[in-house]
Structure formats: structure tokens, C-alpha cells
Design a protein around this ligand. Structure first.
Ligand SMILES: Cc1cc2nc3c(=O)[nH]c(=O)nc-3n(C[C@H](O)[C@H](O)[C@H](O)COP(=O)(O)O)c2cc1C
Length: 218
């Protein structure tokens, strides 16, 4: 199939080695951040925080989170241009949703007098919340929508990336406790430009299951 979108998706790949000399421009980073912000989520809950690792200090801290496990991803901490930590709120509450409702009023999607009705959709959060107030499975799922959106945006910008579930959520919580403020990061996205010589994944052909195995048109 030929289509510009399909070409971009075929060209993107998971980088295994970055060219540390190449940086993502400020302008492209802004596009990425806006794409993250525009990511859709269930009931527009936006139960997330995106921590952009840019400074040498933050890169060192991220590097140090690989002390115990997933060392195969560690080199990206300092060679990628930036890394985005995707973090979710493990206990999303009505108070959190109130911010969304008020934003919808401010953005002109809802009238002030309809504010109470705006909370109708919150029933969906209740459905996904355990008795102890934890709804982490549901909020975590939302962050993956932003992850996919980010990877496609980057593909369109011609920027390389590495999604990483191989990250240590406990050490990330320790080293980025201030930034996370109780949110949890279990997936990160390194971004930058691959090393032409050492990124073995760049030359491999794409491999996916056949269309008929995964798509059923009824
Ligand atoms: C949620 C998620 C987590 C992943 N975690 C890692 C990881 O920790 N390290 C890594 O090198 N690749 C990781 N990958 C990359 C996948 O292995 C890769 O996307 C898949 O093999 C398809 O290859 P492609 O991305 O090059 O098309 C992850 C991908 C996704 C979507």
C-alpha cells in the first residue's frame, strides 16, 4: 500500500542506539508537547503528567534509575535528545475531574449553569475504581493513548524514538518524586535521531502479523 501515513509508519522504528550529537529542535519539541496535550482520553479525564527530561541533571537522574534493572535501555538516558516520562494518577478523583469540567466551561464547550451535569460522565470513573480508591489500570491505559499519539507525531516530524516499558517505576518515583507528585511512571519515550552505524534496528525490515490475522471486517 502506498500512502504518506503508511510511509511514515513504515519508516518509524524503535531506535536501539542514538546519535548523541543530534538534538530535537525547540520548535519540534513544542509540537510534540502540544500533541501530547491534545491526546484523547476516556471522558476527557487527562489523568496524566508528562515529564520532559532535557537537562543534564535530569538525564543523569534518569540514567541512575537503571541501577537495578532494564540496563539495556540505560544508554538512551544520555544519548537520546530528550526522554518523556508518561505518568498516571493512580487515584483519580472527582476533584481531579472538576478541573476538567471547569476547563470545558472555560473553553466554551459547556455552560456554567450545566456544571453539575458535567459530572455525569464521572460514573465511568466509579466503574473503574476499586473500594480503596485505586483506578490505576484505567488511568494507566489512558497514558498509552498519549504514547501512541506521540510516536505517530514524531514519525510525521521525522524524529526517531524508543518506547520503553523497561523502566524501573520505583527508582523513577524516587529520583523524580518532586516532578511526579504521586503520579506513577511505567513507560517512557526516548526521542532523538538514530546512530547510522550502530542502530541495528534501522536496517531491519518491518515485521507485523498479516492483516487477515488481526483485522476482521464484518
Ligand atoms: C509499550 C511498549 C513498550 C516497549 N518497551 C521497549 C523497551 O523497553 N525497550 C526497547 O528496546 N523496545 C521496547 N519497545 C519496542 C517494541 O519492541 C517495538 O515497538 C516492536 O518490536 C515493533 O518494532 P518497531 O517499533 O521497530 O516497529 C516497546 C514498545 C512498546 C509499544
Amino acid at each position: 500500500m502506498t500512502h504518506p501515513i503508511i510511509d511514515e509508519l513504515n519508516q518509524r522504528h524503535t531506535v536501539k542506539h542514538y546519535d548523541a550529537t543530534r538534538k530535537v529542535s525547540k520548535q519540534n519539541l513544542e509540537v510534540l508537547c502540544e500533541a501530547l496535550r491534545l491526546s484523547p482520553s476516556s471522558i476527557n479525564s487527562q489523568p496524566w503528567k508528562f515529564i520532559v527530561i532535557e537537562s543534564e541533571d535530569a538525564k543523569q537522574r534518569f540514567h541512575d534509575t537503571f541501577e537495578n534493572k532494564f540496563q539495556f535501555n540505560q544508554k538512551h538516558a544520555k544519548t537520546a535528545s530528550h526522554t518523556i516520562l508518561f505518568a498516571y494518577n493512580p487515584r483519580y478523583t472527582r476533584e481531579d475531574y472538576a478541573k476538567v469540567v471547569d476547563q470545558q466551561i472555560a473553553d466554551g464547550r459547556m455552560k456554567k449553569e450545566d456544571r453539575e451535569q458535567g459530572f455525569g460522565a464521572y460514573a465511568f470513573v466509579d466503574l473503574n475504581t476499586a473500594e480503596n480508591g485505586v483506578n490505576a489500570a484505567w488511568t494507566k491505559a489512558q497514558t498509552y493513548l498519549a504514547l501512541g499519539n506521540a510516536m505517530h507525531t514524531l514519525a510525521r516530524l521525522g524524529i526517531d524514538s524508543t518506547p520503553m516499558e523497561g523502566v524501573d517505576k520505583d527508582l523513577i518515583a524516587r529520583y523524580f518524586g518532586k516532578e511526579l507528585d504521586g503520579y506513577v511512571c511505567e513507560v517512557a519515550l526516548a526521542i532523538g535521531y538514530h546512530d547510522e552505524q550502530q542502530d541495528y534496528n534501522a536496517q531491519l525490515p518491518k515485521s507485523r502479523l498479516p492483516k487477515d490475522d488481526i483485522i476482521t471486517v464484518v
